[in-house]
Design a binder for this molecule. Sequence first.
Ligand SMILES: Nc1nc2c(ncn2[C@@H]2O[C@H](COP(=O)(O)OP(=O)(O)O)[C@@H](O)[C@H]2O)c(=O)[nH]1
Ligand SMILES: [Mg+2]
Length: 425
Amino acid sequence: MAGRKSCEKTKKLSEENTMGIDFSKIGILVNSLLEKRNFDERVEKEREKMANLNIINIGKTGVGKSTIINAVFCKDLAKTGIGKPVTQHCHAYSIPDSPITIYDSKGIETGKDNTAILGEIYDKIKNQNSSPNTNGYIHICWYCVLDDGNRLDENEVEIIKKIKIIIPVIIVITQSVGGNKTNEFINEIKKDFNNNYIDIIPVMAVPKIEESDFGQMNIKTHGLDKLVERSYDLLPESVQKTFAAYQNTSVQLKSKYAVTATVFYSGAVAIAALQPAPIADAPIMIAIQIGMMANITACFGIRSSNFNFKTVLSGVGGPFAAAVVGRTFVSLLKLIPVLGTIAGGAINATTGAVITFAIGSLYIKVLSSLIKGNGKINEAEIIDALNKAAKNINMDEMKKEWEENKDNYSKSESQRILEEAKRDI
Ligand SMILES: Nc1nc2c(ncn2[C@@H]2O[C@H](COP(=O)(O)OP(=O)(O)O)[C@@H](O)[C@H]2O)c(=O)[nH]1
Ligand SMILES: [Mg+2]
């Protein structure tokens, strides 16, 4: 008899009173928060927190400098023009909707004495990097040379050596066919640098058909991933997140920061649950989760101009959250010894954090699989994929993952997130 009674109690809890959250009300709560706050602005704000990144791209006209930038950042820069001159032989343009500026050399030509131009470009880097205005600081140099069997000019070697003293340099061998000829070229370059360490990365940014003695050769794209990974490693920590978000070669790099954010936001829920007046109701947890999704969106470099965050949130608010919370209960009810805590309506720190961690993990998974090469993403696809993923989520696994990550959250950052969420509700 007693057993049946407790069984009934459990059933009632899991259906109606899951930590004081009524499933049917989740959608209403999400929508009321969306009415109050402009969360598109939140994505914008998260983007604005990312530091300015400046890259200088030097090389002779026609080697493929613009093509490399287009391929790494997936932008059709032809449409955005060549930028504005900053010196006679150096132009600057922004990667649209991002804090990234590309400095692009102009007028270095094959078969010409380029010494004066190279000197002017070097002076530009030196001046900008010693200026008190750190916004113009140039963080890395991609020095582009064509894989055409020619050697580096002597003055090119000299300027690379000088720039390398100020900032990291990667020699990018452009339109690279690969094979013996490329390897010989790489060895020549190493000799030019007296076998001192120098980064050299052969790249084919866009597929190419080459005529050879054996007929046509289709050369696939290659090397962009190495260029992106090595650049990331060489960049100062302060701008790594910016680079990770806006490059479109490595989804793993984008996810890295999104995973960290998920841990911090889940930590914020854990802190909230431990406070004297625990979050007996869902709004603050939902506000934290919406903030987390805005942050993850920014980590993926997704722009507000081609993405409506509110559409995604209103599309997933009800069914998605209900599915995750519902699954949590089926799964975690077994693990929580004192049912009374839940009956009382207070969110258990672990449970709240696990739910948040699960939502963040699902959103990252969905964005990783849907983000297109051009950085564009479709809201309807996201909603559909999230709702499907929520139905299949394994909460025991999520709990395990959270347990493994929970010591990595920054208390101060999670506290800040919590304060921000309190202002939202
Ligand atoms: N197929 C292919 N063509 C390339 C590649 N890089 C450059 N090109 C071509 O080479 C020409 C010059 O490239 P561009 O990027 O404008 O050179 P830039 O003057 O150094 O900016 C263009 O016609 C490009 O299409 C590449 O990786 N693959
Ligand atoms: Mg160009």
